[in-house]
Design a protein around this ligand. Structure first.
Ligand SMILES: Cc1cc2nc3c(=O)[nH]c(=O)nc-3n(C[C@H](O)[C@H](O)[C@H](O)COP(=O)(O)OP(=O)(O)OC[C@H]3O[C@@H](n4cnc5c(N)ncnc54)[C@H](O)[C@@H]3O)c2cc1C
Length: 410
């Protein structure tokens, strides 16, 4: 890229989206200053292993890092870890850091991600209450999810279920409390959520569904039990709270950017402020594919959104229209989900394969069109599912359900 040497691009949020954006700026030939600012002490890392391989003890800590520290030096990327961006002044094209430094920028990318929701009940600050977002949280959990520990997981979302699976694998006794009638019901709907409830029941997780938490009861400052809304009490050594996240919009909000469940961006990932972009968990994107706004809290969106924002910052013509994708691993179940199908948006779930044996594909269908598909212990089909979602074509449900009909022929 010519004429870029004297320009400064600042990226706020040094995680997957931010690191991938910085990498893309260099790969695309940007020769100016790239400053990557992150409040965590670690260089950018990926979070999925924190509730899976790393928590299980099967993956090394280093495997989670996007690049090792020396890579940033070699790429001439000015990585500032342990530094928070405190204030953004889009009019002046400047951002103030927790070090007191005021950085002038030509373009700025917000990849500030998400912050965990905390549990608003008495006892939530007792020793033994854990959350899971950062690597140090996973480190702490590795020390307590042990044989014989009594673990209460609050929240039956992806994180809660993955922690429950890891805890069971380590030999802990696990109770999972979910306020809804089934874990993951708001994401997957009743039909497929039941598969995950059955999976955890089969692994002897004590599922307490349709009830919340009234109080965490302590003894000597440590967790001793959890009182549920239905009045029952569950003894506990460890409580892990996974009740969701909210987008980290504080900086954007303070700067007067348009914010509504995330930082609002167009399909080129531009915010309402000139020369300010957003990507990853924090961005609420106008999706040309789905004809609506969508904020995606998943790995692949950070992996792809960061680079897309970088290209947009470089003036390339960017239309970010990825089919949403995510994955999970729990016990011996691995799955990928492609598309977007909220309960209420589809009229049918079509299964192909062996649901009881947990080797199947589920399709969420509206008016004959595939909105989303999930392959469970069936591999190398995510591209075909994505193609079906993208095409919007009407497909005969009988053919969709028939394993004898190759997906490529649908
Ligand atoms: C335990 C766990 C397991 C997961 N597993 C999966 C999975 O299996 N599949 C999947 O698809 N997704 C998974 N996810 C979700 C996925 O990790 C996220 O979607 C992804 O991390 C989002 O990346 P991001 O770069 O947008 O934001 P984040 O990863 O949230 O990073 C944002 C960074 O910005 C920093 N920051 C925020 N504000 C400031 C500021 N003002 N100044 C400086 N720095 C700031 C934060 O400290 C943070 O380091 C998982 C998440 C967690 C926590």
């Amino acid at each position: 890229m010519t004429g870029s040497a004297d320009r400064t691009f600042v990226i706020v949020g040094a995680s997957l989206a931010g690191a991938k954006a910085a990498e893309t700026l260099r790969a695309e030939g940007f020769t100016g200053r790239v400053i990557l600012v992150g409040e965590e002490p670690e260089p950018p890392y990926e979070r999925p292993p924190l509730s899976k391989g790393y928590l299980l003890g099967s993956d090394e800590r280093d495997a989670a890092f996007v690049h090792d520290r020396t890579w940033y030096d070699k790429q001439n990327i000015d990585l500032r870890t342990g530094v928070r961006a405190e204030a953004l002044d889009p009019g002046a094209h400047a951002v103030t850091l927790s070090t007191g430094e005021r950085l002038a920028y030509d373009k700025l990318l917000l990849t500030t991600g998400s912050v965990i929701r905390t549990l608003p009940v008495p006892g939530a600050d007792l020793d033994g209450v854990h959350y899971l977002r950062r690597v140090e949280h996973s480190d702490a959990l590795r020390g307590v999810l042990v044989e014989g520990a009594r673990v209460v997981v609050v929240g039956g979302g992806w994180i809660g279920l993955e922690v429950a699976a890891a805890a069971r694998t380590h030999g802990a006794a696990v109770t999972l409390v979910e306020i809804d009638a089934l874990p993951l019901r708001r994401v997957l709907g009743d039909e497929v959520a039941q598969v995950f409830a059955d999976l955890h029941a089969a692994h002897e997780v004590d599922l307490r569904l349709g009830t919340g938490i009234r109080e965490i009861v302590g003894e000597g400052g440590r967790v001793a039990s959890v009182t549920l809304d239905d009045g029952s009490s569950v003894p506990a050594d460890v409580v892990v709270v996974g009740i969701g996240i909210t987008p980290a919009v504080e900086l954007a909000q303070g700067a007067g950017l348009d914010v509504d469940d995330g930082v609002l961006v167009d399909a080129a990932l531009r915010t309402s402020a000139p020369d300010v972009y957003a990507a990853g968990d924090v961005a609420n994107v106008e999706s040309p594919l789905l004809h609506r706004r969508l904020r995606v809290e998943h790995w692949s969106n950070a992996l792809n959104g960061g680079p897309a924002a970088a290209r947009s910052m470089l003036g390339q013509d960017v239309v970010y229209d990825r089919v949403p994708y995510f994955f999970t691993d729990q016990y011996d179940l691995g799955m990928e989900y492609s598309g977007h199908a909220e309960p209420g948006s589809y009229d049918q779930v079509v299964f192909r394969g062996d649901v009881a044996g947990r080797e199947f594909i589920a399709f969420w269908v509206a008016d004959g069109r595939v909105l989303a598909g999930m392959n469970v212990n069936v591999w190398d089909v995510a591209d075909d599912i994505e193609r079906l979602v993208r095409s919007g074509a009407r497909i005969d449900p009988a053919r969709l359900a028939d394993p004898a009909v190759p997906l490529a022929e649908l």
